[in-house]
Design a protein around this ligand. Structure first.
Ligand code: AQP
Length: 329
C-alpha cells in the first residue's frame, strides 16, 4: 500500500484572516491537498503567547475553521482541528524543550520583533518555535506550506528533528518549507512591514471584509514611501500593489499597468480601483460560504472534533515513539 504523505500548517486565531495569510498559506494548502493529506491546525496555544482577549478566542477559532473550509480546504481530504484538542502537541514540545539551547530561541526574528512590542515577553513567546516544531514533527510531515516569515522556524524544526534523532535514535523526519508566489505580502498602510493581523485594521484586507471596506482600504494604501525596491525601482508600496495585482488579476491587466508605470503615467487611482474590484470578486463566493458555515456552529464543531480525533491517532503514535527513545516509557 502506498504510504500517505502528510503536510502540516496552521494559523493563529488571533484575528481576521487576511490576504497575506491567504496567498502565503491557505491558497497553497488548497492546491496541495490534491497530492498530500493536509493537516491544518488552528493554533490557539500559539495565539495566547501574546496579549489576547479570552472572551473572543472561541469565536475566532470558529471563524478560522469557517475561513479554512470556505477557502477550499476539504474536511474529507484534510484534517482541520484546534491545536489544544490534541494535547500531544504540548507534551512533545516539553520533550523538545530539553534538547534545544535557549540561545537558539533568542535569535529568532519573530521573538525579537514581538517581544519588543510586549511590556514583558512571556516564556511562551520565546518557546513558540518549540511548540511549532512539535506541531509539525508529531505528524512526520514532509512539507510545511507557510509564508516567508516562518522559514526560520521551519529551519529550527529541522534542527530539532536532527538533534533528537542523533541523540536518541531516529523518530522524526526533517520537513521542507513550501513557499508560494505570495509568500510575503506587505501592509497596505506601512509597506515596510509585513501584512499582519496585529498591526491593526488599516494594514490588512481581511477575506471577510465587506466590499465597501475592501475599497476603502485599497484606496488609502500608501504608495510613496520614499524607499525603493532595489531591482524593480518601484517604491515598496507600489511594488506590493503590483504583487497583489499579479496574484489577483490576469497577465493582460498586469502588463497594462506595467506599461503605464514604465512610461511614468501610472494612475494610482485606477490601479487601486482595479485591485479593490479584483479582491471583491475573488472573495465574494468565499464570503457567502463562510456566512453559511458560521450559521451552523454545531456542524463546524463536529468537523473540528473529527479532525482532532484523526490527528490525535497519528500524534499519539509519534509521541509514544519519542518517549520510548527517551527512556520515558
Ligand atoms: N504578510 C504575509 N505574507 C505572506 N504570508 C503570511 N503569513 C502571515 N502573514 C503573511 C502566513 O500566514 C500563516 C499564518 O500565520 P500566523 O497565524 O502565524 O499569522 P501571523 O504571521 O502571526 O500573522 P499575523 O497576521 O502577523 O498575526 P499576528 O499579528 O497575530 O501575529 C503563516 O504561514 C504565515 O507565514
Amino acid at each position: 500500500m502506498k504510504e500517505k504523505k502528510y503536510i502540516f500548517s496552521g494559523i493563529q486565531p488571533s484575528g481576521a484572516i487576511h490576504l497575506g495569510n491567504y496567498f502565503g498559506a491557505i491558497k497553497q494548502w488548497v492546491e496541495l491537498q490534491k497530492e498530500y493529506t493536509g493537516i491544518f491546525s488552528i493554533v490557539d496555544y500559539h495565539a495566547i503567547t501574546v496579549n489576547y482577549n479570552p472572551q473572543k478566542l472561541q469565536r475566532r477559532i470558529l471563524e478560522a475553521a469557517a475561513d479554512y473550509i470556505a477557502a477550499g480546504i476539504d474536511p474529507k481530504k484534510s484534517m482541520i482541528f484546534v491545536q489544544s484538542d490534541v494535547p500531544e502537541h504540548v507534551e512533545l514540545a516539553w520533550l523538545f524543550n530539553t534538547i534545544i539551547p535557549v540561545s537558539e530561541l533568542r535569535r529568532m526574528t519573530q521573538y525579537k520583533e514581538k517581544s519588543g512590542q510586549q511590556q514583558a515577553a512571556s516564556a511562551g513567546l520565546l518557546n513558540y518555535p518549540i511548540l511549532m516544531a512539535a506541531d509539525i514533527l508529531l505528524y512526520k510531515a514532509i512539507g510545511v506550506p507557510v509564508g516567508e516569515d516562518q522559514i526560520q522556524h521551519v529551519e529550527l524544526t529541522r534542527t530539532i528533528a536532527r538533534n533528537f534523532n542523533r541523540k536518541f535514535g531516529k523518530v522524526f523526519i526533517e520537513p521542507s518549507v513550501i513557499l508560494s508566489r505570495g509568500s510575503r505580502i506587505m501592509s497596505l498602510a506601512d509597506p515596510k512591514k509585513k501584512m499582519s493581523k496585529s498591526l491593526g485594521e488599516k494594514h490588512y484586507i481581511a477575506l471577510s471584509d465587506s466590499p465597501k471596506v475592501m475599497r476603502k482600504k485599497f484606496m488609502s494604501a500608501v504608495t510613496d514611501t520614499g524607499v525603493t525596491m532595489h531591482e524593480k525601482k518601484k517604491s515598496l508600496g507600489v511594488y506590493n500593489l503590483f504583487e497583489l495585482l499579479d496574484l489577483m488579476t490576469d497577465p493582460k491587466t498586469v502588463a497594462k499597468f506595467e506599461k503605464q508605470y514604465q512610461s511614468g503615467k501610472l494612475s494610482y487611482k485606477e490601479l487601486k480601483e482595479t485591485l479593490a474590484e479584483a479582491s471583491v470578486r475573488m472573495f465574494s463566493s468565499f464570503q457567502e460560504k463562510r456566512k453559511e458555515l458560521l450559521s451552523d456552529e454545531k456542524k463546524l464543531r463536529k468537523i473540528l472534533e473529527d479532525g482532532a480525533s484523526k490527528a490525535r491517532k497519528i500524534a499519539q503514535k509519534t509521541l509514544h515513539e519519542a518517549k520510548e527513545k527517551m527512556g520515558i516509557v
